[in-house]
Design a protein around this ligand. Structure first.
Ligand code: NAP
Length: 457
């Protein structure tokens, strides 16, 4: 059974039987059939379907957001924003799909030579629970406009979200099975990757699982996009607008109850402004409102599972043992649910647990550095590289520094965020491939070169 449990009060919401072998078989063959007809449609004919998905999301926004909040504990206001962003992504690809998929003519010795973008086939999406709609829908929109289909294996703690997503596509009138959810456990994933009807894999989740998926997909020689973990730096130089940096920093760390791959996790601050930054950061952290995720005004909800809270707490305790100074928070909150106090640790050094490992919850690590060079060295001193934030008033220097930071994105004087218009992804152990923007669409196409000589010799 796959259980849907409200992490804010531990109550069982629903249970779903695993799909049987024959359920899986019929869903896979239906999806493969649907994709073949879908691929025959011109991109212009696919566009209205994506707009209909966006409309279906907006029409049921409140109900869908409530499912997200009940199942994984984020504040309802954030869940509403998540559904709206999914709708934006579908409208964006409906609008831009034809541009991104237009033939690219390239001069050569041929009479005509060009690159065309053909569909790949069925894409298996293995997805996490932290943005249970967005992670799926940011991948689904480009996959579908490109003429592909999608089979979803969602995280086991968000089965209602998985079913709701499938229903959204049904309501929007997409061909039956073109987007299909499989209610299966993680152990089935290797078999799915190897299935001949699956052409490619998109995975968002932790680095160890990404490694295992990559090895199965590698053996099967199937294209993969891997969006993995992060321990992103938030670098504050001495000339930065410290108050603005602290305000954005608190949002960047604690959004989604700290459970975001691109949450800033290590706050690397030049020593001369460290006290000012720390005071502002802690004061704002203490104003966060922890509580019922459905209640208006709540800014920190429940973590998604008790075991995830235990893991975060163990990292905090270990770091304090290693010499970090606890400024606020630092404990699970008693009572039902997986609530954790918003936590700030100061004087964190690169060898401490919260600096070495990804912290996936409401805990910030402040690290003090003596120079800009040291800031960059500390920022890069991690196996991860997803999205860095850099704060300085000197934009010329910022432009130079952005090239020295090893990550998939650098946001100068802003919070790292995904945006349908801009490519998104990581480097190093944070994964490879890109989502969103034109690159996210090209990942799941057969980039075909067509060379044509003269009609008559
Ligand atoms: P996870 O444990 O890696 O799980 C992600 C998905 O993989 C789930 O559907 C899970 O299914 C499945 N899975 C687990 N073990 C598997 C295995 N051995 N083989 C195949 N599939 C397996 O990650 P999570 O805890 O859900 O999500 C948090 C992680 O995701 C963090 O590290 C975060 O940084 C990362 N993340 C990255 C991005 C990005 O864009 N880079 C975005 C969001 C999150 P079950 O639930 O059934 O185990």
């Amino acid at each position: 059974m796959i259980s849907s449990i409200n992490p804010a009060n531990d109550q069982l919401l629903a249970e779903f039987a695993h799909h049987t072998e024959s359920d899986m078989e019929s869903r896979l063959s239906q999806a493969a059939k649907a994709q073949k007809s879908w691929a025959q449609l011109d991109v212009q004919a696919r566009r209205p379907y994506l707009n209909k998905v966006a409309a279906a999301l907006r029409q049921q926004k409140e109900a869908l957001a409530k499912i997200i909040t009940l199942e994984m504990g984020k504040p309802l206001s954030e869940a509403l924003g998540e559904v709206e962003k999914c709708a934006w992504n579908f409208d964006f690809y409906a609008e831009q799909g034809p541009n991104f998929l237009a033939d690219q003519v390239i001069a050569s010795a041929a009479t005509d030579s060009r690159v065309v973008y053909d569909p790949l086939g069925l894409v298996l999406a293995v997805m996490p629970w932290n943005y249970p709609f967005w992670q799926v829908m940011r991948a689904a929109a480009p996959v579908l406009i490109g003429g592909n289909g999608m089979v979803l294996k969602h995280a086991s703690n968000v089965p209602q979200c998985a079913m709701a997503l499938e229903q959204v596509f049904k309501n929007a009138g997409l061909p039956e099975g073109l987007f299909s959810t499989l209610m299966v456990g993680a152990s089935v994933v290797p078999r799915l990757i190897q299935d001949e009807r699956i052409a490619a894999v998109t995975f968002t989740g932790s680095t160890p699982v990404g490694r295992s998926i990559a090895s199965v997909a590698g053996q099967a020689l199937k294209k993969q996009v891997l969006e993995l973990g992060g321990s992103d730096p938030f670098i504050v130089l001495a000339d930065a607008d410290i108050e603005a940096a602290a305000a954005v920093g608190v949002k960047a760390r604690f959004q989604n109850t700290g459970q975001s791959c691109i949450s800033s996790k290590r706050f690397i601050v030049e020593a001369s402004v460290a006290e000012r930054f720390k005071d502002a950061f802690v004061a704002l952290t203490q104003k966060l409102v922890v509580g019922d995720p459905l209640a208006a005004g709540t800014t920190i909800g429940s973590m998604a599972r008790r075991n995830l809270r235990d893991e975060l707490h163990a990292q905090v305790v270990a770091s304090v043992g290693e010499g970090a100074r606890l400024l606020t928070g630092g404990n699970p909150i008693d009572g039902p649910g997986a609530f954790y106090q918003p936590t700030v640790l100061d004087h964190v050094t690169p060898s401490m647990t919260v600096a070495r490992e990804e912290t996936f919850g409401p805990a910030a690590a402040l690290m003090r550095v003596r120079s800009v060079d040291e800031a960059i060295e500390v920022a890069n001193g991690t196996p991860f590289g997803l999205g860095a934030s850099l704060w300085t008033r000197d934009l010329d220097r910022a432009r130079q520094l952005t090239r020295q930071i090893d990550s998939g994105a650098v946001f100068v004087n802003g919070m790292v965020a995904s945006d349908p218009r801009l490519p998104f992804g990581g480097t190093k152990q944070s994964g490879y491939g890109r989502e969103l923007g034109y690159l996210g669409l090209h990942e799941f196409t057969n980039i075909k070169t067509v060379w044509t000589g003269p009609a008559k010799a």
